[in-house]
Write a protein that binds this ligand. Structure first.
Ligand code: 3PG
Length: 219
């Protein structure tokens, strides 16, 4: 697959998700239960962050045990993590920021990639490598809706997944922007719910998120 084809796949995958929960877990049991709760609420795709020691093992386990879930590796910071995530079966990769060496490796990776950036210059250097689907991070801190509207003119080919600081109350506004393909966030899976095993709350919040996607898209 060419990078254009892989980016098309990334776009399809994010568009189908609409809202991408950013999930951090501390055990395989948490990974399984939170993923089941998200699926039950109607969110079939997740970004599992590589921020905990168990993350890579959890990714491989989820790919085996929950084939209905689309699972991306998030917080990919190095080429080593990129390689390990692909080996663990990640359906896609997400980075919070993308320095040149990582961007070069990701441009050749054989999975869809959503590289992160925070400025027009960073986005342009990703576009120069063939990326057309990028994560804006941390979205609210770098200008939020105004930033997305500003990028739509000069970077009109770009599809964006803003993440960072978005919540249930602002999700619809973000998702309604024409250059936004999907939004990411952890509001459906906050640390305290996961630690307390409050899976019903995860399901309830995911169901609300899925309803926001349907409403914005008139479905
Ligand atoms: C991320 O890594 O993308 C963020 O942790 C998600 O941002 P949020 O927690 O502000 O939703």
């Amino acid at each position: 697959m060419t990078i254009a084809e892989r980016q098309q796949k990334a776009e399809q995958l994010l568009r189908a998700a609409g809202i991408l929960p950013v999930v951090t877990v501390n055990s395989l049991d948490e990974a399984r239960k939170v993923s089941e709760a998200l699926l039950k609420g109607g969110l079939p795709a997740i970004e599992l962050t590589l921020r905990t020691p168990v993350a890579m093992e959890a990714l491989a386990m989820l790919k085996k045990e929950l084939p209905d879930i689309v699972i991306g590796a998030g917080t990919v910071l190095t080429t080593e993590q990129m390689t390990q995530s692909i080996a663990a079966g990640a359906d896609f990769l997400v980075t919070p920021g993308t320095p040149p060496e990582l961007a070069d490796a990701l441009a050749k990776a054989d999975v869809p990639v959503v590289p992160g950036a925070a400025t027009p210059t960073e986005l342009l250097s990703l576009m120069a490598r063939g990326f057309r689907v990028c994560k804006l991070f941390p979205a609210t801190a770098v200008g939020g809706l105004a930033m997305l509207k500003g990028l739509a003119g000069p970077l009109s080919e770009l599809k964006i997944c803003p993440t960072g600081g978005i919540g249930e109350d602002t999700a619809a506004d973000y998702l309604s922007q024409p250059n936004v393909v999907c939004i990411g966030g952890s509001w459906m899976v906050p640390k305290n719910w996961i630690e307390a095993g409050q899976w019903d709350k995860v399901t309830e919040s995911s169901a609300k998120a899925a309803a926001i996607v349907r409403k914005v898209r008139g479905q």
